[in-house]
Design a binder for this molecule. Structure first.
Ligand SMILES: Nc1ncnc2c1ncn2[C@@H]1O[C@H](COP(=O)(O)OP(=O)(O)OP(=O)(O)O)[C@@H](O)[C@H]1O
Ligand SMILES: [Mg+2]
Length: 341
């Protein structure tokens, strides 16, 4: 699976031209790959991929082979499907690593929709997003990414939307009225209707003192989003979720008692992250990966040395802090087990 498709790649992908024969192969491959995924989610009642047809050069932009989204019976996938069906757009809020990007790729795959992804925290200009004339004069206009999405449809995913620059937000707002259109003022005020399958998903980290650098979402956009879904870790601090033990055990291929320690450590690291003490809190996916390394006969601390510790930070001091948290929990766990014996 490929995350973080950047602006350049997405634009490049949209220009890939395919020969007829290749295209029929990729259509049948997409249908086959998503077949099993469709069984896991009750998604078709919201968006039925078989009712949509996109041009050949957009098929490459439909995500493939996205792993399932693990949840605790919250039905996040279906709830996003419902929001898209009723309102064409929704907002996802949650700390880093809670699977927001993952679930958007999954929804795009289930819906059979091409993805257009923008990280609003990166310096991307109004010209890149909406379009510009190239060369001298007004001969050659190139649509920007948002204009392309508006004309051609698919899911526009605006990550870190609260970091969006004001000039971009101002141009975007009229388009976000559900049946909106856009006016390309730079191109003789051409009016473009929002494609009937142009869906929008925005995501952001919660705004709080715990998350340095976050700022509130622009009020005009807040009003235009009808559905807000909160994402959070399954276990945080001392609040542990047994289902997460099971997930890490099953997906990581390790005994439940080892998964329990890994989740306990993960929950502690998430708490530290939320308090602003370390720069990253591990996702359930990260804990599964750590478990997988341990399933090959590596002990928990050695497994952490090549997964969770360097993943949290490059900074040696932070790494040492993480290492100490891990050792402390491992020790207290050994003591607790000895007492039981
Ligand atoms: N519920 C989940 N089920 C399966 N995988 C998950 C889940 N939550 C997180 N992951 C995995 O954790 C990793 C981080 O997830 P992702 O990048 O989607 O988080 P995010 O919420 O978008 O974070 P950020 O705010 O930093 O962009 C990915 O590898 C993802 O597959
Ligand atoms: Mg993300």
């Amino acid at each position: 699976m490929e995350f973080k498709t950047n602006l350049i790649t997405t634009t490049h992908r949209s220009r890939i031209s395919s020969k007829k024969m290749n295209v029929s192969v990729s259509i049948s491959k997409i249908r086959k790959d998503t077949h099993n995924l469709q069984k896991l989610y009750d998604f078709k009642k919201y968006i039925d991929s078989s009712t949509m047809v996109f041009p050949e050069d957009m098929l490459e932009m439909i995500p493939k082979d996205t792993p399932p989204f693990l949840d605790n019976g919250e039905h996040y996938v279906e709830r996003i499907g419902r929001a898209l069906k009723f309102f064409k757009q929704c907002a996802l809020i949650g700390p880093s690593g809670t699977g927001k990007t993952h679930i958007v790729y999954l929804v795009a795959e289930l819906a059979g929709l091409p993805m257009w992804e923008i990280n609003c925290g990166l310096a991307t200009s109004v010209f890149d997003l909406f379009g510009r004339y190239i060369g001298l004069g007004k001969e050659n206009w190139i649509d920007g990414l948002i204009t392309n999405w508006c004309r051609k449809g698919g899911i526009l995913y605006l990550d870190e939307v609260n970091m969006m620059k004001q000039d971009v937000a101002t141009k975007l707002n009229p388009l976000l009225d559900q049946r909106g259109h856009m006016v390309l003022t730079e191109k003789d005020s051409e009016i473009i209707q929002r494609h009937k399958h142009a869906y929008l998903i925005v995501s952001m980290n919660p705004v709080s003192s715990e998350f340095a650098g976050t700022k509130p979402i622009n009020a005009a956009m807040r009003r235009r989003m009808s559905v807000w879904l909160n994402f959070d870790y399954m276990s945080i601090g001392d609040d542990l979720d047994e289902k997460e033990f099971q997930m890490v055990s099953e997906k990581g291929g390790i005994p439940l008692k080892d998964a329990e320690i890994i989740v306990k450590i993960g929950a502690k690291l998430r708490e530290e992250y939320k308090m602003g003490d370390i720069p990253y809190g591990p996702s359930v996916g990260d804990l599964v990966n750590w478990g997988m390394i341990c399933s090959d006969g590596v002990d928990i601390i050695a497994g952490a040395e090549e997964t969770i510790i360097p993943m949290t930070s490059d900074d040696q001091e932070v790494q040492e802090e993480v290492r100490n948290i891990i050792k402390k929990i491992l020790e207290s766990d050994t003591v607790a087990r000895k007492k039981l014996v």
